[in-house]
Write a protein that binds this ligand. Structure first.
Ligand code: NDP
Ligand code: GDR
Length: 344
C-alpha cells in the first residue's frame, strides 16, 4: 500500500487529490495549518474527511524543521506540494509572505527529500502565471517565462528548484505547469467562483450587483478534478519531467460572466466601456455587474492559453469538461448552497 503526503489538503486541489489517492488505496497524510477554526469543508463535501486512511497533520510549510520531521516520520512514496499563498492579487500586498510560502516552501520539501530519502517522488504545483507577459501563443513547456506578479516570481523559483534538484541530485521531481482550473470547491476570492456565487445570490434575490476588475483578461479554464489526475500521472511516469496541463481554449472574464448568468437563466448585455462598463439584465433593466477599480492589479497577465499535447502524448491526459459544463456545475452548486444558507 502506497503512502503520499499532500501539502495544502484544505485547498481545492488538495481535496480532489486526496479523494483520488484514497480511491486508489493510498494512505494519505494531508497537511493543514493551525487556525482558530478548522477548514475541512472541502474534504467534507467530497465525503472523505473521516476516511480511515486519511491522516490530517498540522504543519506549516515555512518551517524547515517541521518539514524535515514530517518527511522523516511518514517517509512517503510520493509528496504533492500543493500548499501556497495562491492568490495573485494578495501577492502584491504580501510579497514577502508569498515568497516564503510559495517559493521557499518548495525548497524545504526538496531539502527534506534530499536529506532523508532521495527516492521519494515529488510533485511541484507550478503555474501558467510563470508565463505572465505573453511570449508565445499557445504556451508550451518550452515557452519562455516572464512572470508578472510576486506570486508568479515565487512559483518560478520553486519550479527551477525542482528542476535543479532533479538534475543535481537525481531526485524524481516533476513540475506540472497547470493553467487555471476551477470547480465548485474553488475559493470565493478567485474570479470564476466569485462570479458563480454572485450570480446565484443575484438569482435568489440576496445580492443586487457584483463588482469585478479587468474583464478583458483571457484565461484557459479547466475542471480541477481532472487536473489532479494529471498530477498523479506525472508521478507514475518512468522519468521526472515538466508538463503543461490546459484545455487549449481561452475566454475572457466577460465571457465567463455572460456564461454564468446564462446558466442561471439571466440574459445580460454589456454597456459602456472601461471603468464605466456594466452588465444589465435585459429582462428587468437592472445593473447586475459593475467595475470596481480596486480589483485591478498593478500588473496583469493578459492572455493564457496552454498546449498540453505533451501530457496527452506521454501521460494519456486530456481535459474533458467544457467551460460551459464547468460553469453550469459551479452555478448549480452555488444556487444549492445559497438556498441552503450554507455557502463557503
Ligand atoms: P488553494 O488556495 O485552494 O489552496 C492552497 C493550500 O495551501 C491551502 O490548503 C492552504 O491552507 C495551504 N497553505 C497556504 N499557506 C500555507 C503554509 N504556510 N503552510 C502550509 N499550507 C499552506 O489553491 P489550489 O488548491 O487552487 O491550488 C493548489 C496549488 O496549485 C497551489 O500551489 C496553487 O498555487 C497551484 N496552482 C493552482 C492553479 C489553479 O488554477 N487552481 C493553477 C496552477 C497552480 P489554508 O486552507 O490554511 O489557507
Ligand atoms: P489568476 O486567477 O490570477 O489567473 O490565478 P483569478 O481568478 O484570481 O483571476 C483571473 C483573472 O480575472 C481577473 N479579474 C478578477 N480576479 C479576481 N480574483 N477578482 C475579481 O474581482 C476580478 N475581476 C477581474 C484578474 O485580474 C485575472 O486576470 C489563478 C490562481 O489559482 C493561481 O494560484 C494560479 O496559479 C493561476 O490561476 C493559474
Amino acid at each position: 500500500m502506497r503512502t503520499a503526503i499532500i501539502t495544502g489538503i484544505t485547498g481545492q486541489d488538495g481535496a480532489y487529490l486526496a479523494q483520488l489517492l484514497l480511491e486508489k488505496g493510498y494512505h494519505v497524510y494531508g497537511t493543514y495549518r493551525r487556525t482558530s477554526s478548522v477548514n475541512f469543508w472541502r474534504l467534507e463535501e467530497l465525503g472523505v474527511a473521516k476516511h480511515e486512511r486519511l491522516h490530517l497533520v498540522e504543519f506549516d510549510l515555512t518551517d524547515l524543521g517541521t518539514t524535515i520531521s514530517l518527511v522523516q516520520k511518514v517517509n512517503p512514496d510520493e509528496i504533492y506540494n500543493l500548499a501556497a499563498q495562491s492568490f495573485v492579487g494578495v501577492s502584491f500586498e504580501q510579497p514577502s509572505t508569498t515568497a516564503q510560502i510559495t517559493g521557499l516552501g518548495a525548497l524545504h520539501l526538496l531539502e527534506a527529500i534530499r536529506l532523508i530519502n532521495p527516492k521519494i517522488r515529488f510533485y511541484q504545483a507550478s503555474t501558467s502565471e510563470m508565463f505572465g507577459k505573453v511570449q508565445a501563443v499557445p504556451q508550451t513547456e518550452s515557452t519562455p517565462f516572464y512572470p508578472r506578479s510576486p506570486y508568479g516570481v515565487a512559483k518560478l523559483y520553486a519550479h527551477w528548484m525542482t528542476v535543479n534538484y532533479r538534475e543535481s541530485y537525481g531526485i524524481f521531481g516533476s513540475s506540472g505547469i497547470l493553467f487555471n482550473h476551477e470547480s465548485p470547491l474553488r475559493g470565493r476570492e478567485f474570479v470564476t467562483r466569485k462570479i458563480t456565487d454572485s450570480v446565484a445570490k443575484i438569482r435568489l434575490g440576496m445580492l443586487d450587483c457584483m463588482e469585478l476588475g479587468n474583464l478583458d483578461a483571457k484565461r484557459d479554464w479547466g475542471y480541477a478534478k481532472e487536473y489532479v489526475e494529471g498530477m498523479w500521472r506525472m508521478l507514475q511516469a518512468d522519468e521526472p519531467d515538466t508538463f503543461v496541463l490546459a484545455t487549449n481554449r481561452t475566454e475572457t472574464v466577460r465571457d465567463f460572466v455572460t456564461m454564468a448568468f446564462k446558466a442561471a437563466a439571466i440574459d445580460v448585455e454589456f454597456r459602456g466601456s472601461g471603468e464605466t462598463e456594466t452588465a444589465v439584465d435585459r429582462a428587468t433593466g437592472r445593473t447586475v455587474m459593475r467595475i470596481n477599480p480596486k480589483f485591478h492589479r498593478p500588473a496583469e497577465v493578459d492572455l493564457l492559453i496552454g498546449d498540453s499535447s505533451k501530457a496527452e502524448r506521454e501521460l494519456g491526459w486530456r481535459a474533458q469538461t467544457t467551460l460551459e459544463q464547468l460553469c453550469q456545475m459551479m452555478v448549480e452548486a452555488d444556487m444549492r448552497r445559497n438556498s441552503d444558507g450554507n455557502s463557503f
